[in-house]
Design a protein around this ligand. Structure first.
Ligand SMILES: Nc1ncnc2c1ncn2[C@@H]1O[C@H](COP(=O)(O)OP(=O)(O)OP(=O)(O)O)[C@@H](O)[C@H]1O
Length: 576
C-alpha cells in the first residue's frame, strides 16, 4: 500500500491545503454547539435579544466560512485524486511493458485490466475519502469529545466508555473487511476473465452452439462475485446497528443524567443541548466510519494488488555490463547445448540443442506439434532466457547484447498474427519507428500483399478491426510479414507464418526475402517449403533429430522420410 501511496508525494502541497481547509470546516463545526449553548444560556433563557442576535450572527458567519472551506477542500481533494490515479496508471503501464513473458504468465490479461481500472479506482476513492472525510471523521470524534468535556466534564464522562468500545469494534471490522474485499477483487478478476474469453471467442461459441455452456460459466463466475460481495456488505451492514445502539444508549444517558444535573444546578440547559449536539455529531462521524471502513478496506486490498505488480521481479533484464558497441551485423546464429524449460514446467521442452545458422542462410525447422519449434524461436530475441547453454548471434552471447540492439535486428512473425486497430498502413509501419511510405509499400510488395491491399476499399488507409476482422487469415499473415520486413532485419523468424499461403505465393515470398540478405528461420509443416531452404532442421520432442539438406535427410533420417511420404506418397518421392 505504502508503495502505491508514494505516488501522492508530488501533490503533498495540494494535500496540505485540502487538509487545512478541512480543519477550518471541522473547527467551525465544533464551535457551533458551543455558540448555541451561549445563545441559549445568555440570550434565550434570560430573554436578552441583543445576545441572541450577536451569537446568531456569529453562527451564520461561521456557517458560511465552513461552507466555503468545504467547497475548497472538495476541489483540492478531487484534483489530487485524479492526478494520483493518472500517475499510478501511467506507472503501472510502464511496469507491465517491462514484464517478461514469465511475468505475463503470472498475471493474466483480465487480472491486469482489473488492476488498471477497478483497483486504481478503489485507491482513488480511498485517497478522496482520506482528504475529504477519513481524517475529518476521527478528528470530529476527538474534537467533539474534547469540547463536550470543556462544556461539562461530568456528563461528558459517558464518552469515555462509548467511544473506546466503538473504536475497538471498528478496528475489527476493518481487519475483517480488507480480507473480504481481497476475495471480492479476485472474484472480479474471474468475471473479467470469463467475459474477455467470451467476447474474444464469440464467433466460435456461436458456431459450436456453446452459448448455454458459456452462460453457465459466466453465471458461475458472477455468482461467486455476488456471494463475496454479499459477505463483505453484510459485515458493513451488521456493524452499523451496533454503532448506533451504543451511541443511542449514550444519548439516553446524557438526557437522564443531565436532567438530574440541571436540578442540582451542576449544569445549564444550554450545556445539555450542546453536549447532545456534540454526541449527535460524534455519532454521525462514527456512523460514517462504516462507509469509510468499506472504502478503506477496498482501497487496502486494491493497494496490495497494485503493489504486487509494482514490485514484481522482472527476471529477464538487460545485463548491467551489456555492451552497447556489440551489434548484430550479419545475423549468424549459434545454439550451444541449449536446454530450456518454461518456469512453470519441470521438464525441458528443448534438450541439448546445438546448431549454427550461417548469415543469410534460409533454415527450415520442421517437427511435430509440440516439439518445441516456437519455444526455440522465443529464445533468440530473449523473450525467455535459456535454462542451460547459450545462444550466440555474430559470436556474441545474446545476454551480453543490449536488448534494444538485439530485438531491433530481428523480424519476428509469431504463429498467430496479431494486427492492431488502425489502418493497414499503420500496421505495417508499426514495425519500424521511422518507416517511410516507400519502405512500407516495398515491404508489402515483398510480402506479396501489395495487390490485395490495393484492392481494399481504401487501399493502405483501410481500417482494420482490433484483430483485423476484415482480412483473411493468409492476408493477415502477409501483413505481419510485411511488418517484420519493413524493419530490414538481420534475422527473420517466420513461425508457421506461411501456412495459409499457396505454393506459388510462398515461393515468390521466399525469393523476395532473399533480397533482404538476412538469416531466415522458417517453422513449417510443408515439405515443399523445407525443400527450398538451404538447410532443414528436424525437431522431435525437444531434440534436434537431424539437420541437413533435403537430399541428405532423405538418406539419413527415417522420420524425415516418413513425413515426406505422408505428404507426397511413396511413388512421388523419387521425383522430388
Ligand atoms: N507458455 C508456456 N508455458 C508452459 N509450457 C509451454 C508454454 N508454451 C509452450 N509450452 C509447452 O512447450 C512444449 C513445446 O511447445 P511449442 O509451442 O514450442 O511447440 P511447437 O513445436 O511450436 O508446436 P506447434 O507446432 O503446435 O506450434 C509443449 O509441450 C507446450 O505444451
Amino acid at each position: 500500500m505504502i508503495h502505491v501511496l508514494k505516488n501522492l508525494l508530488p501533490y503533498r502541497f495540494h494535500m496540505i491545503i485540502a487538509w487545512t481547509l478541512m480543519l477550518i470546516e471541522l473547527g467551525v463545526e465544533l464551535m457551533l454547539p458551543f455558540i448555541l449553548m451561549r445563545m441559549i444560556d445568555e440570550g434565550i433563557l434570560v430573554q436578552d435579544l441583543n445576545n441572541v442576535v450577536f451569537w446568531g450572527s456569529i453562527m451564520i458567519g461561521l456557517a458560511l466560512l465552513s461552507f466555503a472551506a468545504g467547497i475548497g477542500n472538495s476541489f483540492f481533494a478531487a484534483h489530487v485524486t485524479f492526478k494520483f490515479g493518472y500517475d499510478v496508471r501511467g506507472k503501472l503501464f510502464d511496469k507491465v511493458q517491462s514484464f517478461s513473458f514469465k511475468n505475463l504468465n503470472e498475471y493474466p490479461t483480465s487480472s491486469l485490466i482489473t488492476r488498471f481500472t477497478n483497483d486504481v479506482r478503489q485507491i482513488q476513492n480511498g485517497v478522496f475519502m482520506a482528504l475529504r472525510i477519513m481524517l475529518r471523521a476521527p478528528l470530529l470524534v476527538l474534537g467533539g469529545v474534547t469540547m463536550a468535556f470543556v462544556v461539562n466534564w461530568r456528563i461528558a464522562l459517558i464518552f469515555l466508555i462509548s467511544v473506546p468500545i466503538l473504536l475497538i469494534f471498528l478496528t475489527w471490522v476493518l481487519k475483517k473487511g480488507s480480507q473480504l474485499f481481497e476475495r471480492v477483487q479476485a472474484r472480479l478478476d474471474n468475471v473479467n476473465s470469463v467475459m474477455q474469453e467470451n467476447l474474444a471467442g464469440i464467433r466460435l461459441i456461436k458456431a459450436f452452439l456453446r452459448r448455454d455452456h458459456e452462460q453457465n460459466r459466466f453465471v458461475g463466475a458472477n455468482t461467486g462475485l455476488m456471494t463475496e460481495m454479499k459477505k463483505s456488505l453484510r459485515l458493513i451492514e451488521t456493524s452499523m446497528p451496533v454503532l448506533l445502539l451504543v451511541m443511542n444508549l449514550s444519548l439516553l444517558f446524557i438526557l437522564w443524567f443531565g436532567y438530574g444535573e440541571i436540578n442540582n444546578n451542576n449544569a445549564t440547559e444550554g450545556e445539555i443541548v450542546a453536549i447532545i449536539n456534540y454526541a449527535l455529531r460524534v455519532s454521525m462521524a462514527i456512523s460514517m466510519f462504516g462507509f469509510l471502513t468499506m472504502a478503506f478496506a477496498r482501497a487496502k486490498a486494491s493497494g496490495e494488488r497494485l503493489k504486487n505488480v509494482f514490485t514484481a521481479h522482472i527476471d529477464l533484464v538487460e545485463a548491467d555490463d551489456a555492451n552497447p558497441s556489440k551489434r548484430v551485423t550479419d545475423g549468424k546464429i549459434e545454439f550451444d547445448h541449449v536446454k530450456f524449460s518454461y518456469p512453470n514446467l519441470k521438464e525441458n521442452v528443448l534438450s541439448d540443442i546445438s546448431f549454427t545458422a550461417r548469415a543469410q542462410e534460409q533454415v527450415a525447422i520442421i517437427g511435430a506439434t509440440g516439439s518445441g519449434k516456437s519455444s526455440l524461436f522465443q529464445l533468440i530475441p530473449r523473450l525467455y532466457d535459456v535454462t542451460e547453454g547459450a545462444i550466440y548471434i555474430d559470436g556474441n552471447d545474446v545476454r551480453t547484447l543490449k536488448l534494444d540492439h538485439l530485438r531491433k535486428a530481428i523480424g519476428y512473425v509469431p504463429q498467430a498474427p496479431l494486427l492492431f486497430t488502425g489502418s493497414v498502413y499503420d500496421n505495417i509501419a508499426w514495425g519500424k519507428n521511422d518507416a517511410t511510405e516507400e519502405e512500407v509499400i516495398q515491404a508489402a510488395k515483398d510480402a506479396q500483399i501489395h495487390h490485395a491491399i490495393a484492392d481494399l476499399p481504401n487501399g493502405y488507409k483501410t481500417k482494420i478491426g482490433q484483430k483485423g476482422v476484415n482480412l483473411s487469415g493468409g492476408q493477415k499473415q502477409r501483413v505481419s510479414i510485411a511488418r517484420a520486413l519493413v524493419r530490414k532485419p538481420k534475422v527473420l523468424m517466420l513461425d508457421g507464418s506461411t501456412s495459409a499461403l499457396d505454393l506459388k505465393t510462398e515461393a515468390k515470398l521466399l525469393d523476395a526475402i532473399e533480397q533482404y540478405e538476412c538469416t531466415t528461420l522458417i517453422v513449417t509443416q510443408k515439405i515443399t517449403t523445407a525443400m527450398n531452404a538451404d538447410r532443414i532442421m528436424l525437431l522431435d520432442d525437444g531434440e534436434l533429430l537431424a539437420e541437413g539438406t533435403h537430399r541428405e535427410l532423405m538418406k539419413r533420417s527415417d522420420m524425415y522420410r516418413k513425413i515426406v511420404e505422408s505428404q507426397f506418397g511413396k511413388e512421388e518421392i523419387h521425383e522430388l
